[in-house]
Ligand binder design. Structure first.
Ligand code: ADP
Length: 459
């Protein structure tokens, strides 16, 4: 009969049971009998006045706990017999039947205690066995360590296969690289009371090498995809750089021509000239900034977007497009919503996007009757995002290209490259925003850009 779980389990995953050995059982029996004898002597010496017989329950219960029901029953019979014989020696019964009856009642009481203790012991053993069975069957490696000495109390098959007996992980938890096996392990540890009641540490170890490799591979793929996307955007940008630089160069030429005309006419007002020169300088700086951004995009990562006010962007776009608009006889108007939250964007690039939209609008209304040659640049909040829109009173986007408007090389203009809107989309999406087109309030076109706030509100 297996009794008593002490000292935990050995590292082969088997629960070691103290008391199951023959010598241990003999020792338990000898101790129980010595206790019975001690109680009998004490009871006899006190003349049975203190009712010490109750103390027989100690060896009875202890033997049942250590040796099981059979051992407990044997000690019960001996204890009952011992009490009956010693007690009857000083307390004569009127009839022998009373003596036997009292002995039988005492023995039966002891037996009931034995049955209860043995049952309790059995239930505890089953619970511990269930616990050990679960630990053994777990698909991950499990090790139980003594809380104080660090000795291994239990290790399941998975653990022994992977690390051998007695491997120690120390205090480390989390993802750990095992240089010897060249594998990654996720180590989780928690304290628990082991089956013998001592403080222990339960450690679960799972091999996460494949998972980690898959994660790294996915990250590399993502990075490669980002690089490709960036290269595509760069390709577009490089092809279109001439397109982008055209505008500041054309503006510089226009201001220069105007200044020259004033000088040639001899009516040059120094203040007017200085104003034109300053505009020339600003346009040249702008061209420089566009090239600078391109160089930054070539190096990774992209310039970190900062918090910008879209109202300022809208005003700059208007100012930048003004010379072209003036030449084409187009009126530019602003409608700015007050108190916009700053948006997460790159100032130069987003200005370039707005300018592209305004220039497309100017081209759309060019040559139309004066009452249709006007463009509205507006801003407003939409939920947490901020929207900048450019609306014209032109003919609107031709139906046949409306679905592919933001694809590269889609154009209806004779000398057009069809890259402006696709660059705009690349830039806006790289800032986490969206760009779109809808029919304007009249028959014209409305292009809009929505950007996320630089400091989103929680919730
Ligand atoms: P490009 O200007 O070189 O043609 P874009 O990508 O800027 O390239 O524009 C693509 C096409 O979208 C234009 O050819 C035009 O047909 C249409 N489009 C863009 N903006 C407008 C607008 N405001 N109104 C009407 N059509 C437009």
């Amino acid at each position: 009969m297996e009794t008593g779980l002490t000292g935990g389990a050995d590292i082969r995953g088997e629960v070691r049971r103290a008391g199951s050995g023959r010598s241990s059982r003999a020792l338990s029996l000898a101790t129980s009998l010595a206790l019975v004898a001690a109680v009998a002597i004490a009871d006899h010496l006190t003349g049975y006045q203190v009712r010490l017989a109750i103390l027989y329950l100690v060896p009875v219960a202890w033997s049942a706990w250590r040796m099981g029901a059979a051992g407990g029953a044997l000690v019960s019979i001996l204890a009952a017999a011992c009490w009956t014989i010693t007690f009857s020696s000083s307390h004569p019964y009127p009839h022998a039947a009373y003596l036997y009856l009292e002995g039988a009642v005492t023995g039966a009481t002891f037996m009931i205690i034995v049955a209860l203790v043995a049952r309790l012991r059995h239930a505890l053993e089953r619970a511990d066995e269930r616990f050990i069975t679960v630990l053994k069957a777990l698909d991950m490696a499990v090790q139980v360590e003594d809380g104080r000495s660090g000795a291994t109390l239990f290790a399941n098959r998975r653990f022994r296969e992977a690390f051998g007996d007695g491997h120690r992980f120390g205090q480390a938890t989390g993802e750990i690289f095992d240089a010897e096996r060249r594998r990654w392990y996720l180590v989780q540890a928690r304290s628990l009371r082991w089956i013998d009641g001592s403080a222990a540490i339960l450690r679960q170890i799972s091999d996460v090498t494949d998972e980690r490799n898959a994660r790294e591979l996915a990250a590399r793929h993502r990075e490669a995809a980002h690089r490709t996307a960036r290269l595509v955007a760069l390709g577009e940008l490089a092809t279109a750089i001439a397109h982008e630089l055209n505008q500041p160069l054309a503006a510089i030429a226009t201001y220069n021509n105007a200044s020259l005309r004033l000088l040639e006419q001899g009516s040059a007002d120094p203040e007017e000239l200085a104003g034109a020169m300053r505009k020339c300088r600003d346009q040249a700086r702008r061209a420089g900034a566009i090239i600078q951004r391109l160089r930054q995009m070539l190096r990774q990562p992209l310039p970190t977007p900062s918090g910008e006010d879209l109202n300022d962007v809208a005003s700059s776009a208007l100012e930048l497009a003004e010379p072209e608009a003036l030449e084409a006889g187009v009126a530019l108007r602003l409608s700015l919503a007050p108190g916009l939250p700053p948006v997460r964007t790159d100032r130069v690039l987003i200005e370039q996007v707005a300018l592209n939209l305004v220039r497309n609008a100017i081209e759309a209304v060019h040559g139309l009757p004066p009452e249709r040659r006007h463009i509205l640049i507006s801003t407003r909040t939409e939920g947490q995002e901020v929207r900048l829109a450019v609306e014209d009173a032109g003919p609107g986007v031709p139906e046949e290209i409306a679905g592919r408007l933001f694809d590269a090389f889609v154009t209806t203009k004779p000398g057009g490259l069809g890259l402006g809107l696709s660059i705009c989309r690349s830039v806006v999406e790289s800032m986490g925003g969206t760009i779109g087109y809808e029919r304007g309030a009249g028959q014209g076109a409305r292009f809009w850009v929505r950007l996320p706030p630089a400091f989103p509100e929680a919730g």
